[in-house]
Write a protein that binds this ligand. Structure first.
Ligand code: PAF
Length: 286
């Protein structure tokens, strides 16, 4: 695996690879990698000849007072994980390399960005869409792999690629969980002691939701209410939202039909956690 720090070097290597007929896979990350990231890299490696991963803690997607400065970083460890998971090219650009002049362009996907997480993080998805758009421009024609844990992000980058005719096929990959159900996240490192134990409330609430759906409950308010009850019983969790939405438009639904996604977000001490599931197919939920 080769590590580069400039856009020019990455572009050149990927252009050369495509010129010789190789397929490119892209896995954008902010580093401090875990097995969820490795699963995206392995999926890319199994479908593509060249896998570029990027590590860039993108200031644009952090609001004032969020954890930009404290965001965990460990490049040596990340390089080992990337190499092991089949990454062939790692781009680690500096903030100056990505934003050499103050950026005045913003990529916005308002109908998908202004709901759910976008209500408490109103500038977040503009920052995500802008940096992912840049990464798509840097990587060029490719398949790009994103985790389903950030379901709203996945819908936003999928729609952005479509609307902007990006030469990119967005591939969503299943959530990877700890044995007790907690969805893997770089921010789980903030969870210590009792907060780590309490953090299973997110996956337990989703499990309660899918079980109700499986038992025949189709009223979305009933399902959401049952999920909320679990949070109210967990004093260490401060619920932001529990929701049942159309999986693509992210608009709330009244009835749980096909293509409905259940989502939850909560603050547990220092960590803001999110999780979600298909309402009918719980996949990795314990
Ligand atoms: O999901 C993330 O880690 C980030 O939002 C992404 C897609 C790498 C953009 O900075």
């Amino acid at each position: 695996m080769k590590t580069v720090h400039t856009i020019t070097e990455a572009r050149q290597l990927l252009d050369d690879a495509r010129a010789s007929g190789q397929r490119v896979g892209l896995v954008p990350t902010m580093g401090f990698l875990h097995d969820g990231h490795a699963s995206l890299m392995r999926a890319a490696a199994s479908a593509c000849d060249v896998v570029i991963s990027t590590i860039f803690v993108n200031p644009l997607q952090f609001a004032e007072g969020e954890d930009l400065e404290d965001y965990p970083r460990d490049l040596a460890r990340d390089q080992a994980i990337c190499a092991e998971a089949g990454v062939t090219l790692l781009l680690v650009p500096s903030v100056e390399e990505m934003y050499p002049t103050p950026i005045v362009t913003e990529v916005a996907v308002p109908p998908l960005a202004n709901v759910l997480d976008g209500i408490s993080r109103p500038t977040h998805f503009g920052g995500v869409a802008t940096v992912v758009s840049k990464l798509f421009n840097i990587a060029g024609p490719c398949h790009a792999y994103f985790g389903e844990k950030d379901w709203q992000q996945l819908q936003i980058v999928t729609r952005m690629a479509l609307d902007l005719s990006a030469p990119v096929t967005v591939v969503g990959c299943p959530i990877v969980r700890e044995p007790d159900g907690l969805a893997m996240s770089s921010r789980n490192v903030y969870l210590t002691g009792e907060y780590r134990t309490a953090a299973t409330v997110l996956s337990r609430a989703l499990r309660r939701g899918v079980d109700l759906v499986a038992s025949g409950q189709t009223d979305a308010a009933g399902v959401v209410g049952a999920m909320e009850e679990l949070f109210h019983a967990e004093p260490l969790a401060d619920l932001d939202y529990a929701a049942a939405v159309d999986a693509s438009t992210l608009q709330p639904v009244d009835q749980i039909s096909e293509n409905v996604r259940l989502l939850v977000a909560a603050q547990l001490g220092p960590a803001r956690l999110i999780d979600n599931t298909d309402a009918h197919r719980p996949n990795s939920l314990p």
